[in-house]
Ligand binder design. Structure first.
Ligand SMILES: [Zn+2]
Length: 171
């Protein structure tokens, strides 16, 4: 069976990005636990699915997706200073330990949308500079790996648009 529309595909993969001209690992499937996805459901980058289309169990792959087709360009407008005031807890205290550069923080905007930001620095003018770009924005993505399994999706999985597996809960 081959990866294609309405198939559940299991893949082991490594994602490398270039850092100072060298490939470094940015992400990978967990050991013994492949990424499972419903092909055609739009869960993954369209080009990732396109490269896997037609591959069967045991087939390996290696391809690059440029940043334009990946997570887009970095936009410096997505780097912003947030007043230190905003990081006070209920007692009005600031946990400076948690405000370390490189740390990812969950944020909520005025409309209640949740998103992640990475702390760039805490300035003397009491601003926390945060980067709200996707961590992989501006990066070409070098994927390699192999297909661990391909199976037919159940009608319910196709209906829901995602994979049902042990651990998946339903109301
Ligand atoms: Zn479901």
């Amino acid at each position: 069976m081959q990866a294609g529309k309405n198939k559940v595909v299991s893949v082991h993969y490594v994602l490398n990005i270039l850092h100072d001209g060298k490939k470094v690992e940015a992400d990978s499937s967990a050991e013994g636990s492949p990424l499972k996805y419903l092909h055609g459901s739009g869960m993954l980058l369209p080009q990732f699915e396109a490269h896997l289309e037609g591959l069967g169990k045991g087939d390996s792959f290696e391809f690059m997706i440029d940043y334009f087709n990946g997570y887009g360009e970095r936009d410096e407008k997505n780097v912003a200073g947030i007043p230190l005031e905003s990081f006070k807890d209920e007692q009005g205290l600031i946990d400076y330990e948690s405000l370390q550069p490189g740390k990812m923080l969950p944020m909520v905007d005025q409309e209640g949308n949740r998103f992640q930001g990475i702390i760039v620095e805490v300035t003397e003018s009491e601003n926390v500079i945060m980067d709200f770009n996707h961590p992989l924005a501006g990066q070409d993505l070098y994927f390699s790996g192999y297909v661990a399994d391909v199976r037919e999706a159940t009608p319910e999985e196709i209906d829901h648009g995602h994979v049902h597996d042990h651990g998946h809960h339903h109301q």
